[in-house]
Design a protein around this ligand. Structure first.
Ligand code: NAD
Length: 321
């Protein structure tokens, strides 16, 4: 039993983590400002089960509100902080680099600094991203690889979070673990992500925009597998660590579109468009470190994960954007 704060707990990955931690009997504060990146109704639905649990309190707060964050941590005294709140998404970060820097970097510094004021120091687990690896042609990606060449403001902001996490660990001894998620998908999927968009379009019989020649590949990772990894990371959070949380089984875009069509029982119509700036050619996690040190073991094949997503999609027609 631990007192845990989850920032971004109303979001896609965060709300699954919140449900899991409540099932394990932990006492939670969810911090989220219901940022306008996508609809509030989706986030309220994500949290519906959690809010009904007396072990869960929702605090609507901007992660950059230093005074509000300090007051909250000194009152609740968390034993662990899982910091997932961020502006996510590569392409929109190119339009709004200052906003991404402000929310993702300043917001993370506010939480790291506030955490360091507590005694005993809490465990601090935070979301990084596979995008820090940049536009690589060699694979799989290992945590020991250099990550000095990001190609989007979003990726640079996540790399900056990793740098600050090390700073606060070094200066204050804060136990910190960074998790590089590789394209999470599943029920409650963020509506801007490819799997959600493609599902809507194929279901309506509309053409799917395929950027590039369809050969880009992503290491799609089912959200429950990622949540297992986060829970293991909380349990093992000491010192300073970074882990890839991926599926280690990348899927080519063309194959993904076919697999979504299969899950829906419909034939996709493809509209090929030029490749998008900021998009990398591939992501592919080497998960040896997370497997060895955390016991992380993703076990959901794509077809099974897509079937679970399509079930959720069909059960929530009002949440399709
Ligand atoms: N989904 C993925 O594939 C993926 C991959 C790599 C990294 N990540 C990272 O994982 C984390 C969770 O991603 P997600 O896909 O669940 O995104 P999400 O957008 O569904 O969740 C993020 C949550 O943070 C909240 N938030 C945003 N700005 C805030 C602010 N200023 N103050 C308080 N709350 C704020 C949002 O309202 C949202 O509920 C993010 O840090 C993201 O960058 C996600």
């Amino acid at each position: 039993m631990m007192r845990v704060i989850v920032t971004g707990g109303a979001g896609f990955i965060g709300s699954h983590l919140v449900d899991r931690l409540l099932d394990e009997g932990h006492s939670l504060v969810v911090v989220d400002n219901f940022d306008a990146f996508y609809g509030r109704a989706i986030k309220e639905s994500n949290l519906a089960r959690a809010i009904a649990n007396s072990n869960c309190r929702l605090v609507e707060l901007d992660i950059r509100d230093t005074a509000g964050v300090r007051a909250l941590v000194s009152e609740f005294h968390p034993e662990a902080i899982v910091h997932l709140a961020a502006r996510a998404g590569v392409r929109p970060s190119i339009e709004s680099p200052e906003l991404y820097n402000d929310v993702n970097v300043t917001g993370t510094v506010v939480w790291l600094e506030s955490a360091c004021r507590l005694r005993p120091l809490p465990r601090f687990v935070y979301a990084s991203s596979s995008s820090v690896y940049g536009d690589r042609h060699d694979a799989p990606f290992r945590e020991t690889d250099s990550v000095d060449l990001p190609i989007s403001p979003y990726a640079a902001s996540k790399k900056a979070c990793e740098l600050y996490a090390h700073v606060f660990h070094h200066l204050h001894g804060l136990p910190v673990t960074g998790l590089r998620f590789f394209t999470a998908y599943g029920p409650r999927n963020r509506p801007d992500l490819a799997i959600a968009k493609f599902t809507r379009l194929i279901d309506r019989g509309e053409p799917v925009p395929m950027f590039g020649d369809g050969s880009t590949r992503r290491d799609y990772t089912f959200v429950a597998d990622i949540v297992n990894g986060i829970v293991r990371a909380i349990e093992n959070c000491r010192g300073h660590h970074l882990y890839n949380l991926g599926n280690s089984d990348p899927v080519v875009l063309h194959q993904l579109i076919t697999a979504i069509g299969h899950a829906l029982g419909k034939t996709p119509i493809i509209n090929q468009l030029p490749a998008q700036p900021g998009d990398v050619q591939q992501t592919y996690a080497d998960i040896t470190r997370a497997a060895t040190e955390l016991g992380y073991a993703p076990r959901t094949p794509l077809a099974e994960g897509l079937a679970a997503y399509v079930d959720w999609y069909r059960a929530h027609p009002s949440l399709r954007q």
